[in-house]
Design a protein around this ligand. Structure first.
Ligand SMILES: NC(=O)c1ccc[n+]([C@@H]2O[C@H](COP(=O)([O-])OP(=O)(O)OC[C@H]3O[C@@H](n4cnc5c(N)ncnc54)[C@H](O)[C@@H]3O)[C@@H](O)[C@H]2O)c1
Ligand SMILES: O=C(O)C(=O)C[C@@H](O)[C@H](O)[C@H](O)COP(=O)(O)O
Ligand SMILES: [Zn+2]
Length: 361
């Protein structure tokens, strides 16, 4: 297994990346001295695919395992569903040595992590992400949260897992639309910090197509390394970590305005990245050809660059709850070229002009 370290003094941990490795999870938990009762939190889609494998793996190594199977979907990423996790923790008899194991995509990881962060003020948390998006992004860095009707991830915390255990073979069952949604966050890493990764995607996705075990191990490892580096510098988004939010200001606005029913997270982020790139061009910070290169990769991958049926006012209502807002100003992550960004307030007229002229069709 490949290993990426997230260095955060006493909260440091490893991300293990392999293929066909689910049956060595117990060994990795034991190496970390994690011995308590386990509550596996998953959903109705993932449990039939990988639930039994993990339960058998852990129980055969002596772990006491219970499971909670939640309904599938972003609209269940709520305080109401989290209350069910607390009930299941109590039912399973977890004490402070207990382990919450999140098996699933980013929705399960964010919500189970939030429960782990808050139950008894924090118990052990292990991420076993099974979507590309969760493997390249959501399982790493400790942002745990649930949604509020006003906006995304508004109720949450920073709470690092003890281990991120990635088996890319789980992607074999993932629908193509979800693979593309995950690639959106990988494109994000290329634009914010890594022009070589951006070019690699142009070659490997556009020219050769998305395929192969090696391709996934490679992009998961590259992505985790980028995210680990940023998070290690700024765990609580006091400065540089905000760059990981590129494309999310408009993206989250679109997701919330459509009640999470129309776009996958990565799709909304793709539209949001296009919006931020166009805002940057309007402000004279990036050249038009660079913006078109971004558009071209997003389209070639099969991700959206515009939407219809939502009015500016609806998106704006939700965007104003963005966590990067300061004194009523919305801060954007704006690309200045492929591989570098600046963080800057943008006036609402410019945002509206770009959203209406470039993103709504
Ligand atoms: N904490 C963070 O840093 C962070 C980063 C990025 C995104 N997020 C959050 O992550 C969420 C999006 O995550 P996501 O894209 O994984 O969505 P998701 O969790 O809804 O998973 C997408 C779909 O794939 C299914 N699925 C999961 N694994 C599968 C598998 N191996 N085979 C078949 N189906 C499978 C799920 O049941 C679901 O239907 C959003 O809530 C977003 O806000 C958090
Ligand atoms: O880890 C981060 O920091 C990110 O911003 C990663 C994003 O991809 C992710 O969607 C995150 O949950 C957004 O965070 P939020 O603070 O805007 O809710
Ligand atoms: Zn995201």
């Amino acid at each position: 297994m490949k290993k990426v370290k997230v260095s955060l003094t006493t909260r440091s941990y490893c991300i293990l990346v392999g293929s066909g490795t689910l049956n060595s999870l117990a060994e990795e938990l034991a190496k970390l001295g994690l011995k308590g009762k386990v509550l596996m939190v998953t959903n109705t889609t993932v449990e039939p695919l990988y639930g039994k494998i993990l339960i058998d793996e852990l129980t055969s190594s002596g772990y006491a395992v219970s499971s909670l199977v939640l309904p599938d979907g972003e609209n269940f990423k709520s305080l109401e569903t989290t209350a069910q996790i607390y009930d299941a923790i109590l039912e399973a008899g977890l004490d402070r040595q207990g382990i919450i194991l999140a098996l699933g995509g980013g929705v399960i990881g964010d919500m189970a992590g939030f429960a782990a962060a808050t139950y008894m003020r924090g118990i052990n948390f292990v991420q076993v992400p099974t979507t590309l998006l969760a493997q390249v992004d959501a399982s790493v860095g400790g942002k745990v949260a649930v949604n509020h009707p006003r906006g995304k991830n508004l109720i949450g915390s920073f709470y690092q897992p003890s281990l991120v255990f990635i088996d890319t073979a789980t992607l074999d069952t993932l629908p193509v639309r979800e693979i593309l949604s995950g690639l959106s966050e990988v494109i994000k890493y290329g634009i914010i910090t890594d022009p070589e990764l951006f070019s690699y995607l142009e070659v490997n996705v556009i020219a050769r197509g998305i395929r192969g075990k090696e391709f996934f191990i490679d992009i998961v490892e590259k992505s985790c390394a980028i995210k680990a580096k940023v998070v290690s510098r700024d765990e609580r988004e006091e400065n540089v970590r905000a760059i990981l939010n590129f494309g999310h200001t408009i993206g989250h606005g679109i997701e919330a305005a459509t009640h999470y029913q129309v776009f996958r997270h990565g799709e909304a982020v793709a539209i949001g990245m296009m919006g931020a790139a166009c805002i940057s061009r309007e402000m004279g910070l990036i050249s038009a050809p660079e913006v078109e290169r971004i558009r071209s990769l997003i389209i070639s991958v099969g991700l959206p660059v515009y939407f219809s049926g939502i009015a500016w006012e609806e998106i704006w209502y939700h965007m104003q709850a963005d966590k990067k807002a300061k004194d009523g100003n919305i801060n954007f992550i704006l690309p200045t070229s492929i591989g570098s960004v600046v963080i800057s307030p943008v006036d609402p007229h410019t945002i509206r002009k770009v959203v209406e002229s470039e993103l709504i069709r």
